[in-house]
Design a protein around this ligand. Structure first.
Ligand code: SAM
Length: 297
């Protein structure tokens, strides 16, 4: 038989090069196209997702289908959303013998994912997102998945190592910021493994990490107004070197600053602290107190 064997695993350097040569594919850096060529890493990603035949897997950016193949083995159904139309015929070929995979051509940031989940995964016992994400849009994609409160069990994704560390960071360190608070409000993060840049074609400039986000059924803190809570968090980190008092002054207006000291004290937060030391619980109390005080924020 000439040309790549459709039944072989995609994730090897030779097979990936064969497919790229067969279809005359050229990588688009602007779409974050770095294809994984290491079977062991794929297995770690898939195993962290905890799939079985009763579960659905939503993949974002299947590329030439390396991860998609493994997901099709483990999950009941797979829907894979790919933006690059040049990859659609390749995916259809590579996945031709996988009857439980549906390739969707589209931009994940523009699609109605609620509808997509309903359409492809109705009747299954749970759905997880599993992906090697394009790095240029990691945060917008994850925030869309979380803010839209999609019915997801887990999100297991390969992302830039520094971003994964920020998502999992605890208060007090320099990695902890508004992204940590947002992710931890919706999920329990766990770093699965660090991945060197050498296991991709082409190689990115940075190392990666696989992170598992277990989506919470309930937020871990009591928040009355989520939009206000997140504005308070953003405001508290606006200038990292400033104290919480100074950052919040910018949020509530200078004319209200004399109210801030007592308000912070009433929340048990010393005004000289920095945003990066505040726990989710403290941010929730602060947002609540600002709302109660009727301060503009
Ligand atoms: N899953 C493959 C793998 O692991 O080898 C490819 C991963 S590659 C890092 C990211 C993929 O996401 C590319 O195939 C790229 O075309 C696709 N992509 C980029 N932006 C996208 C978007 N907004 N919506 C859907 N797919 C996107």
């Amino acid at each position: 038989m000439s040309g790549p064997n459709v039944h072989e695993d995609v994730a090897s350097p030779r097979r990936t090069r064969d497919i790229i040569a067969k279809y005359g594919f050229s990588f688009k850096k602007s779409l974050g196209q770095n294809f994984l060529i290491d079977q062991n890493i794929l297995e770690k990603i898939v195993s962290a997702a905890g799939l079985d035949e009763t579960k659905g897997a939503l993949e974002i950016g299947p590329g030439i289908g390396a991860l998609t193949q493994q997901l099709a083995e483990q999950a009941g159904r797979v829907a894979a959303v790919e933006i690059d139309n040049r990859l659609i015929p390749i995916l259809r070929d590579v996945l031709a013998d996988r009857s439980n995979v549906h390739v969707v051509h589209g931009d994940v940031l523009k699609l109605n994912l609620g509808e997509l989940i309903e359409k492809h995964f109705a009747g299954l016992s749970g759905v997880s997102v599993v992906a090697n994400l394009p790095y240029y849009v990691t945060t917008p994609i994850l925030m869309k998945l979380l803010e839209e409160k999609l019915p997801l069990e887990r999100i297991v994704v390969m992302i830039q190592k520094e971003v994964a560390e920020r998502m999992a960071a605890k208060p007090g360190g320099k990695e902890y910021g508004s992204l940590s608070v947002a992710v931890q409000y919706y999920c329990e993060p766990e770093l699965v493994c660090i991945v060197p840049h050498t296991v991709f074609i082409p190689q990115p400039n940075v190392d990666s990490a696989v992170i598992k986000l277990t989506v919470r059924k309930q937020p871990p803190v009591d928040v009355r107004d989520e939009a206000h809570f997140f504005r308070t968090v953003q405001g508290s980190f606006a200038q990292r070197r400033k104290t919480i008092y100074n950052n919040l002054t910018a949020l509530v207006g200078k004319e209200n600053r004399e109210l801030l000291g007592p308000l912070l004290e009433s929340c048990g937060i010393a005004p000289a602290r920095r945003g990066e030391t505040l726990s989710l619980d403290e941010f929730a109390r602060l947002s609540h107190a600002l709302l109660e005080a009727g301060l503009p924020s």
